[in-house]
Design a protein around this ligand. Structure first.
Ligand code: ZN
Length: 401
């Protein structure tokens, strides 16, 4: 027994091989950090990162523990830490979503709870999984060879799935949020047509959730950068305290937005363009009346396309204007005035809030008349980086940072 125990302790310096017909060989020599053994012509060897460069085992039950992060990455999966609930998020090489809180028995595999037979171990910030758990999760077949003093893990060949590759690239984006890993995976699978950075921003902004399904009350309604849409709702009683009348109208906006509007209108006039505002600030109760009137005619689904439910309107925030340029609403987008606004409004802090072709993101049909004040800095970033929706801007610049 003593001999055997001694040999088991020698595991601390064993070489770890992952051998399959096509997968690379993965070797770690904890002693000196150098790859050990000779790699065959179709094999490569890789060192484990130094902080995870240790295997350990419990001699009594002969269980071998392996640092899970480099293992998952080597096998072609993705692993992240979710600080919100101290869990590990793993996407296995075959695309399953696995979450686990270290040192508990609870595992979720594609959302279904399963109990782990053995606990994982967290030591110095490194999570170690016992080999039987690795087999359970990653579909390997791990074998310990006593004579050779090696562990062999065979695994399926790493996936070259496009979504997986995109997802790996996305971690380089500075607005990538590791806790959103599974949602990114689902959204990229559902929308391969979106550019990677755009899809990641959309998830950050919450637009991967169905409208009205996961409402969050806005806690800073005073901010000129407030995101108010079918996912974020203003407090019922919110009313700005600095509403200011726009010259020549009975409409009001927050004072900062009103000043920006006057400046914009003046410059447009000096270049020969005219427009006016027929709707600015609207209270919760006004919006409620409006929406109910539309819903009575078109049903809720129909009204939702063009009218905000009470609490979901930017007009209640005192930051949105509906513009008229003397033509019918449907014609506005074809006028020279609209062209001028499209090219210049950002310099005054206004954006076209519901652009053509983005109703899946904004929740509204194309509205060439509805302009939103977000401030010059945000509007300029959106203009310069060609970010068409405020949702994308928020997912890149506000929510993630
Ligand atoms: Zn409007």
């Amino acid at each position: 027994m003593r001999n055997r125990r001694c040999r088991l302790l020698c595991l601390l310096s064993i070489i770890l091989y992952f051998v399959t017909l096509s997968a690379p060989v993965y070797a770690a020599a904890p002693g000196n950090g150098k790859p050990a053994g000779s790699a065959g012509p179709e094999e490569t060897t890789t060192d484990l990162p130094s902080d995870a460069n240790r295997l350990y085992h419990i001699p009594e039950d002969m269980i071998i523990y392996i640092p899970i992060r480099p293992l998952v990455e080597q096998l072609g999966g993705i692993i992240e830490w979710n600080s919100a609930d101290s869990s590990i998020l793993i996407i296995s090489p075959d695309g399953r979503k696995i979450s686990h809180v270290p040192e508990t028995r609870v595992l979720y595999i594609n959302g279904t709870q399963t109990d782990a037979a053995l606990l994982s171990v967290l030591q110095n910030g490194v999570t170690y999984f016992p080999v039987p758990l690795i087999n359970q999760l990653l579909g390997n077949n791990a074998e310990y060879d006593d004579a050779a003093n090696t562990v062999t893990l065979s695994s399926p060949a790493p996936e070259t799935d496009q979504t997986m590759l995109e997802l790996k690239r996305s971690s380089e984006l500075d607005f990538y949020l590791s806790e959103n890993l599974f949602r990114y995976m689902d959204y990229l699978t559902l929308h391969p047509e979106y550019a990677l950075s755009r899809a990641i921003a959309y998830v950050n902004a919450g637009v991967d959730q169905p409208f009205f399904s996961n409402l969050r009350e806005i806690d800073d309604p005073e901010s000129t950068l407030v995101l108010c849409n079918k996912h974020h709702i203003l407090p019922t009683d919110y009313e700005p305290d600095d509403l200011t009348y726009l010259s020549g109208t009975a409409q009001r906006l927050r004072s900062e937005a009103a000043a920006a509007y006057e400046k914009m209108k003046k410059e447009a006039a000096s270049e020969g363009y005219w427009f006016t505002v027929y709707s600015g600030y609207r209270s919760y109760s006004t919006q409620k009346r409006l929406y109910e009137r539309y819903a009575a005619v078109d049903g809720a689904d129909g009204a939702d396309d063009y009218s905000a439910r009470p609490g979901h309107s930017e007009h209640q925030a005192g930051l949105a204007i509906d513009i008229s340029a003397g033509v019918r609403e449907a014609e506005l987008g074809h006028t020279e005035t609209f062209r001028w606004l499209s090219e210049n409004a950002y310099r005054f802090g206004f954006i076209l809030r519901y652009p053509d072709g983005y109703s899946e993101i904004t929740g509204y049909q194309y509205e060439p008349w509805h302009w939103r004040y977000v401030g010059i800095e945000a509007a300029t970033i959106m203009h310069d980086e060609q970010i068409p929706t405020f949702e994308e801007f928020c997912g890149k610049y506000l929510i993630a940072r």
